[in-house]
Design a protein around this ligand. Structure first.
Ligand code: ADP
Length: 500
């Protein structure tokens, strides 16, 4: 009887379930979108019950659609949108408020106050993060402050906190297990990434009692077993990791110096830095890598806010393309951008600039600039931003990156991948399976149960789709990057002018 590993991939806009076989191939996939809730400008919520029911239904569907029996599911791995915060009643299992999603900015004021009070260094040193509303800590505090009676109930030990992985584990085990893994814990801004325990000082600052916090395990470990009634049999949950760390694992980023970039709505770059956490001087974050050891590896993480989102804007905002993939042919029909640069600072610029006032700019436009140049400049802007973050990473880690492994929707764009290799001066490797997030979660789960023997067996599964090697002369690449640097300076300068 063939067996498969189930990955539950709980994302920001949809819940998916993918079944993988021993060779790392997808044998079944099921997906369901769920509603986004925007109660106020800048606020984003999900209904935790919709997260749970959509995830549960796709899991059942993925098994049924190819006629498997529950006995054929070896183990479950969970990967999830990180930082999103849920608080529920320990007795009833009912959430006391909607999930506050990572994108939600409602707690910006709380975080500004914390920064003004001089907490930045402490937070950075202990959690590896820059204090921000993005992470779970201030979101928990907001729920405790704004749901009637919540603080008191929390003090009485009646409430539980969890990121989405924890919420799913809780429900899959019928409320018997309250746990998370190192990677998810390291994105709460409440976890000491060096001592691998919850940081009491930060918890006190937000008034969060320890009784709310889940146990923390390595990503490949036995978290619990599913209730009989869900799949008709108990199935071990033996892999858990936040989406970006799961993707690094799915890309076989096991060694110090391994780097992956996911080209999705935004771009997420992660570099494995081995057993030593590196503190960034360039605005990158330090978090924990997925693995099976209780002495985990660390990663440097940098993100680009607007990646594929710029392509969505061409399609849905400007309406100058019909579908995202059209950009490839259009960009290739132009020799260059006719001197134009686009800086997609729609919501500010992230690492290494960190300027939240910056807004998008086009520079160097002449009469000869046509649609094809415009589209090409938008695609190229994604590659330049990734180059900026990679430069910062190399500087922080003191290593020269040998190759970049890529995944995510926009990595399908061959023009973009070739241009990236040209600008970086480094080979770009695109695997056959670009569902690396789910694959990483499956690998973590299957490694624990022995479905995959060791990391080497997983490495052997990694299959190349295409390697993009640098074709451009280095001095040409440098000239282009110089132009980009000037365009970014223009953007930053404009932001300053508007502030005056
Ligand atoms: P997410 O997980 O963030 O939703 P995905 O990994 O599914 O993102 O990638 C979707 C993003 O990739 C969208 O922003 C889309 O515009 C972009 N995209 C998809 N296909 C292409 C393509 N062929 N060329 C350029 N961008 C693309």
């Amino acid at each position: 009887m063939d067996k498969y590993v189930m990955a539950l991939d709980q994302g920001t806009t949809s819940s998916r379930c993918i079944l993988f076989d021993k060779t790392g191939q997808i044998v079944s996939m099921s997906q369901k979108e769920f509603p986004q809730i925007y109660p106020n400008p800048g606020w984003v919520e999900h209904d935790p019950m919709e997260i749970w029911s959509s995830q549960c239904s796709v899991a059942v569907e993925a098994i049924a659609s190819i006629g498997l029996t529950p006995d054929q599911i070896e183990a479950i791995g969970i990967t999830n949108q990180r930082e999103t915060t849920i608080v529920w009643d320990a007795d009833t299992g009912k959430p006391i408020y909607n999930a506050i999603v990572w994108q939600c900015r409602r707690t910006s004021d709380i975080m500004e106050k914390m920064i003004e009070e001089g907490w930045s260094e402490y937070v950075k040193e202990h959690t590896g993060l820059l204090p921000d509303a993005y992470f779970s800590a201030s979101k928990i505090a907001w729920i405790l402050d704004n749901v009637e009676g919540a603080r008191e109930r929390a003090q009485n030990g009646e409430l539980r906190f969890g990121t989405v992985d924890t919420w799913l584990i809780w429900n899959l085990t019928g409320g018997q297990v309250h746990a998370t893994d190192y990677t998810n814990a390291s994105r709460t801004m409440l976890f000491n990434i060096h001592e691998l325990k919850w940081d009491e000082k930060i918890m006190d600052y937000f008034g969060i009692p320890m009784s709310m916090m889940p146990d923390v395990l390595p990503s490949s470990a036995l978290f619990g077993e599913t209730l009989d009634m869900i799949f008709g049999r108990k199935i071990p949950i033996s892999g858990v990791a936040g989406d970006q760390q799961a993707a690094l694992f799915g890309q076989c980023g096991f060694e110090k110096g391994d780097v992956k970039n996911t080209y999705g709505t935004g771009c997420f770059l992660l570099m494995n830095t081995g057993k030593e956490p590196i503190t960034s001087k360039n605005g990158l974050l330090t978090t924990i890598a997925a693995g099976s050891s209780d002495k985990p590896d660390y990663v440097l993480e940098g993100s680009v806010f607007i990646g594929g989102a710029a392509i969505q804007w061409l399609r849905d905002g400007l309406k100058i393309i019909e579908k995202a993939s059209d950009t490839q042919e259009i960009a290739e029909s132009a020799e260059d951008t006719a001197g134009a640069y686009f800086v997609p600072a729609f919501t500010g610029l992230g690492a290494p600039y960190w300027n939240m006032e910056a807004r998008g700019t086009f520079t160097g436009i002449t009469r000869g600039c046509e649609k094809k140049h415009f589209v090409r400049a938008v695609l190229e802007s994604i590659a330049y931003q990734v180059n900026d973050v990679l430069k910062a990473m190399q500087e922080d880690a003191g290593v020269r990156i040998r190759l970049l492994r890529v995944d995510g929707g926009a990595s399908a764009n061959t023009f973009l991948m070739q241009f990236e290799a040209d600008i970086l001066g480094t080979s770009v490797l695109r695997p056959r399976c670009i569902e690396t997030t789910a694959l990483g979660a499956a690998y973590l789960a299957g490694l624990y149960t022995g479905y995959w023997k060791d990391l080497q067996e997983i490495r052997d599964n990694w299959q190349l789709d295409e390697t993009f090697t640098p074709q451009m002369e280095r001095h040409d690449a440098h000239r282009l990057v110089d132009g980009w640097d000037k365009a970014v300076k223009t953007t930053l300068y404009a932001a300053k002018l508007y502030l005056c």
